[in-house]
Write a protein that binds this ligand. Structure first.
Ligand code: ZN
Ligand code: ZN
Ligand code: ZN
Ligand code: ZN
Length: 363
């Protein structure tokens, strides 16, 4: 049954779907090379952790959203390779169709590296594994260069996280000079879950063929150009305005079509929270705010960045943001990374994220 499905046109298209599963948290530590959502980051390189994981809007600490383990077999320095995504949870920092409150980093290591055994870990024998030798923030797991002035045992990324920890348990720990107590502050970190992947299989009866898609891409581009020209709100001769309005009407219809296509494609696997398709095309939720090639900056090594994976809106329901009244929201988040997986040693290389929200009518 499965083979028959796989054999049909478009059955896989090399898209790997991500789903969330509960697992023992010990299996999500760095030396198991996990893909996961929430909790603290399980850093791959254990030195040179990113120093600036701050929101570009409010300046406060961004919180770990997810990491995807995705080695690049073609590159020996990327025998291990993990992409990390961070987001600021402050509702005021979420801006429509803007990536400003997100951060992405790539870390990669050769098989022979400074931290891990060249042999695969044994999941049946749980070990603590290596951890960064730098102090980490007790609240969020990012670098913690600041220390509690009283006990000098607790480290923090920021004053904010120190205050949160103080109110949520460190006060007692501090007075007792207890180094062991852990912090689990509700509402700061996202719930921790394992991200597992499976090849996509879907019933493609209703999907469009390639040529149709290409035509649509060109139309999106035209529409984008129209929006960028910003004629919609300016005074233009009647006839021109009329034809622009006609274009808008067509655009709206097309947008319905994109959104319909999006819903159609995910229907078979409605719980998917991530789509991994390195070098492929994202599945857009709207025809608005689709990047052109020039919108995706090249890597600092000079190589182009290519699409690697997208985070789906279904992810939001697992993050428990609604209960908190947060306005953290997206249609889809598309991650673009260096197409060469260039050598970066033990450092964390910033990569690129593109946020697309739903078209206004679907909100
Ligand atoms: Zn912010
Ligand atoms: Zn912190
Ligand atoms: Zn203290
Ligand atoms: Zn590069």
């Amino acid at each position: 049954m499965q083979n028959i499905k796989m054999a049909t046109k478009g059955a896989s298209e090399n898209v790997e779907l991500g789903f969330l599963e509960e697992t023992h948290p010990d299996l999500l530590r760095s030396h198991y090379f996990p893909s996961k959502v929430g909790g603290k980051p399980s850093w791959l390189s254990l030195t040179q952790l990113p120093v600036e994981v701050n929101c570009k809007v409010c300046g406060k600490s961004a919180i770990f959203l997810l990491q995807v383990y995705s080695p690049d077999e073609k590159v020996s320095s990327a025998f291990h390779r993990t992409i990390f995504v961070f987001v600021c949870r402050n509702p005021g920092c979420s801006i429509r169709n803007s990536n400003i409150n997100f951060m992405v980093f790539r870390s990669q290591l050769p098989r022979q590296n400074d931290f891990y055994s060249p042999d695969p870990p044994n999941e049946n024998v749980k070990t603590d594994g290596p951890v960064p030798d730098a102090a980490l923030c007790r609240v969020c797991g990012a670098l913690g260069p600041k220390q509690c002035a009283k006990c000098h045992l607790a480290s923090y990324c920021s004053k904010d996280h120190q205050v949160i920890d103080w109110k949520n348990g460190h006060k007692a720990m501090c007075l007792a000079n207890d180094k062991t107590g852990k912090t689990d502050v509700k509402g700061v970190l996202f719930p921790e879950l394992e991200l597992i992947t499976e090849s996509e299989e879907f019933d493609d009866v209703n999907s469009d063929d390639e040529s149709d898609t290409k035509g649509e891409n060109e139309k999106w581009q035209e529409y984008q150009d129209f929006l960028k020209s910003d004629k919609a709100g300016s005074l233009i001769p009647d006839t021109a305005a009329k034809s622009e309005l006609e274009k808008m009407a067509t655009a709206e219809n097309m947008d319905d079509k994109i959104f319909r296509k999006f819903k159609e494609r995910i229907k078979t696997n409605p719980e998917q929270v991530l789509r991994y398709h390195k070098g492929g095309q994202p599945l857009w939720v709207s025809m608005n705010h689709i990047p052109s090639e020039t919108d995706i900056p090249a890597c600092s090594c000079g190589a182009k960045r290519q699409f690697e994976f997208q985070v789906m809106p279904q992810m939001l329901s697992h993050l428990q943001v609604d209960q908190l009244g947060d306005s953290l929201d997206w249609g889809t988040l598309c991650i673009y990374t260096c197409s060469n997986s260039c050598q970066i040693g033990n450092s964390y290389q910033p990569e690129f994220i593109w946020k697309q929200d739903y078209a206004a009518e679907e909100q």
